[in-house]
Design a binder for this molecule. Sequence first.
Ligand code: PLP
Length: 400
Amino acid sequence: MQTSKRVEKLPIYLFMEITRKIAEKRARGEDVVSFAIGDPDIPTPSHIIDRLCEAARDPANHRYPESDGLPRFRQAIAHWYHERFGLDFDPDKEVLPLIGSKEGIGHIALCLIDPGDVALVPDPGYPLYSVGTMLAGGSCHFLPLLEENGFLPDLEAVPAEVARKAKLLWLNYPNNPTGAVADLDFFERVVAFAKKYDLAVCHDGPYTEVAFDGYRPASFLQAPGAREVGVEFHSLSKSYNMTGWRVAMVVGNPILVNALMRVKSNLDSGIPQAVQYAAIAALEGPQECIAEHNAIYQRRRDRIVATLNEIGLPTQSPKASLYLWTKVPEGYTSMEFATKLLDEAGVVVTPGAGYGQAGEGYIRLSLTTPDERVEEGLARLIAWHRGQRGAKPAGHNPIS
Ligand SMILES: Cc1ncc(COP(=O)(O)O)c(C=O)c1O
């Protein structure tokens, strides 16, 4: 039996070595504090779960759902976009529910990329933008997100012949993994670029609701002309702590929404209806939970950023997203430094190289670690740093 070339080309799991070490440590009874995963530790708000349980008991929800979701759910999505961003979408033509945004992001590549086509993909970035392109038979031209550009891609730097060939541009703000944000001015430049080169824009926005200090991230679709060129993915995973329920949406350009609907109706049978009713309760119900969760993340952000700066790892405070993006000390790769923190401090962080070449030299820390574990992790980092100053490792610059 031979698996396809496509499967062979799938990247191996870059964090395998770290995952193996964590498992070894835990098997030896050693405790590790993980800042690695962007999966909210706070439970789904109870009014959403109550609706889910009630809907699960209704036999009408025990049968196959429709691929394009309940009309009532599509209306709730349109209503939410209106309330949050002042944008109006036709629930039947410009809105499509998804089984988590990961599902839609993977499948939309099949709507835009034919074998040999090119996608413009941010580096560092959520790995599925490039994996989806590869599964569709295309190739990626990577757009480095550099600190000196606020981790925004330099669209002017894309060679004209590459831009002319490209079918699709991926963007994601507030950004995973850098924590960077984009304003409407940038999105307007994106629309102009997409129109000039006739390419589609897919904006991935699962973190628009996770923001701090009163900051309100924009939707890409608020930029004039954006819906002529693209769509936006949004997810209930991070906005309402619903990663386990798998529910999200894409809104915007009706041609793209319809193309994704056609692909999906051949591949899946939609979202369990009880989950759709829970999602309606999330989108239409009380919204205070968002501010409550953000206050918790903001407190953690401030604690972790202060400690990282104190131990010689200069770190900016992100305005939004669940992530801190920190430069590793000179002389280490991101994997070496992440491994060192695990071995010597019992703290897990994500090596930036896992998000692309331009992620090398950074580590990512997530704000989804429970408060008491954050404090434990920070105490370990401080103790580790004190030890470092006593014993400077040969060949590596000390962390001052
Ligand atoms: C940038 C980005 N896009 C998409 C996703 C997928 O989210 P979900 O499939 O839970 O909606 C994630 C998850 O962490 C993410 O960070």
